[in-house]
Design a protein around this ligand. Structure first.
Ligand code: ADE
Length: 433
């Protein structure tokens, strides 16, 4: 249901619409946003500069991101830079309703996001976010860009470019570039080193286990935890699970990653084998049906399956349903499937991103760097769009390095610098043994 703001709530700029769960949650949301901000020193510096220089003045931004306290701080930074924003959720289960309420009430940002929204509402929110007629779009999973390209109209001709937060989104966008389908340039925020080295590895590593533990209260020590996918996210979760005493098994399709997992000390095997051994399964592959009928058929009684990849199609839930005679919710975010042969399989958060559904997503300290990349990436896009082609671009290296320097400084860590002699040595080839 879309509500029209009426005074005194009618503070939202641009369109006067929003669609959130409950505006009375706003005070709790404000506290949560402020709590996150304490751990986001790099973004805070960007915000202070943006407030002075207004690099986004006159720019309309449609953002489709997980509506969390960290995202709220990004929105406040873009607003400080002069942008007008419409925000919608990038996943039906990841919205923090109190944060959405505060964004509407305190920041005047039209927000379209309700935790637990159905598919129809999710897509209607995308349409409402795009009603701002954006100059820049900001995606986590490429749903805005995909909607614009599949529903192209003159209203979208003002888009000068987009930024993309996540691996899955970048993969979709590169496929569009390859097909010659992309209509504007995209900055792949995910590909910045200060993003995926930290957010994907340490952020997903911690927040995935946080989500699992909050909704199950499981003891990881002594459990067999099967991690599907050894990309940056899988590496992070595997390392953290091992640190908590789990016996970690990795499944992979990429031979190099499989060797790496083996040399990192994990058991590596096909899912068909792992399915018989696992107590807990976590998918982070970005691909379809990684856990399928043949795997459910051999799982142990009581096995738990969940996903921390972007989309909810890594676990074939329709297949599990057809093997089952009964499904019931036994705890928040835990569904128990009773199989026809008598075994139980538990599915967490309907196979959606466990870290953002059952917990609060990555901690603010790591989102600090991801969202500094988003803000500086948008500024770069606005300044340079005319020179950019319809391609997917990395965040320029000087921006990436500056974010790393600022983060180190905020962490109180000093590092060495090369002496002139060392610089000369590194740039020469004559000197050897
Ligand atoms: N993706 C993962 N964690 C997140 C968070 N805390 N906020 C926004 N997007 C996220």
């Amino acid at each position: 249901m879309t509500k029209t703001l009426t005074a005194p709530r009618a503070k939202a700029e641009g369109s006067r619409n929003y669609d959130i769960k409950d505006i009375s949650l706003a005070e709790a949301g404000k506290l949560k946003i402020e709590w996150a901000e304490r751990e986001m020193p790099v973004l805070r510096l960007v915000k202070e500069r943006f407030a002075k220089e207004k690099p986004l003045e006159g720019i309309n931004i449609a953002a489709c991101l997980h509506v969390t306290a960290e995202t709220a701080n990004l929105m406040l930074t873009l607003k400080a830079g002069g942008a007008k924003i419409h925000l919608c959720a990038s996943n039906p289960l990841s919205t923090q309703d109190e944060v959405a309420a505060s964004l509407v009430k305190h920041a005047g940002i039209p927000t379209y996001a309700i935790k637990g929204e159905d598919r129809k509402t999710y897509f209607s929110h995308i349409v409402q976010a795009l009603a701002i007629q954006p100059n820049v779009t900001m995606d986590d999973g490429a749903d805005l860009v995909s909607h614009i390209h599949t529903h192209w109209s003159a209203g979208y001709s003002k888009v000068i470019g987009s930024t993309e937060e996540t691996t899955t989104g970048v993969i979709r966008l590169r496929a569009m570039e390859k097909d010659g389908a992309l209509r504007f340039p995209v900055i792949a925020v995910n590909d910045a080193l200060t993003k995926h080295f930290f957010d994907n590895r340490y952020g997903t590593g911690q927040s995935t286990l946080d989500g699992i533990l909050r909704c199950t209260n499981l003891l990881l020590a002594g459990k067999v935890v099967v991690i599907a996918g050894y990309g940056w996210c899988g590496r992070g979760v595997a390392t953290r699970a091992k640190g908590m005493g789990a016996h970690v098994v990795v499944t992979e399709v990429n031979p190099l990653r499989a060797i790496e997992a083996a040399m990192d000390g994990f058991e590596v095997m096909p899912m068909k084998e792992a399915a018989k051994k696992g107590d807990l399964f976590i998918t982070l592959t970005g691909d379809l049906n990684v856990i399928d009928t043949e795997h459910f058929k051999v799982m142990k009684d009581g096995a738990i399956v969940c996903n921390s990849g972007h989309f909810n199609d890594e676990i074939n839930l329709p297949a599990l349903k057809s093997l089952s005679k009964k499904i019931r919710t036994v705890r928040p975010f835990v569904e128990e499937y009773s199989l026809k042969d008598g075994r139980l399989v538990h599915v967490l958060a309907e196979g959606r991103l466990i870290n953002l559904s059952a917990a609060e997503g990555h901690p603010a300290s790591v989102m600090d760097m991801s969202f500094a990349n988003q803000s500086l990436g948008s500024e770069y896009l606005v300044k340079n769009a005319r020179e950019l082609e319809r391609k997917v671009y990395a965040v320029p290296q000087p921006i990436d390095e500056e974010i790393a320097r600022l983060k180190l400084k905020a962490m109180g860590i000093a590092i060495d610098t090369l002496t002139p002699e060392q610089v000369k040595y590194l740039n020469s080839w004559e000197q050897g043994t």
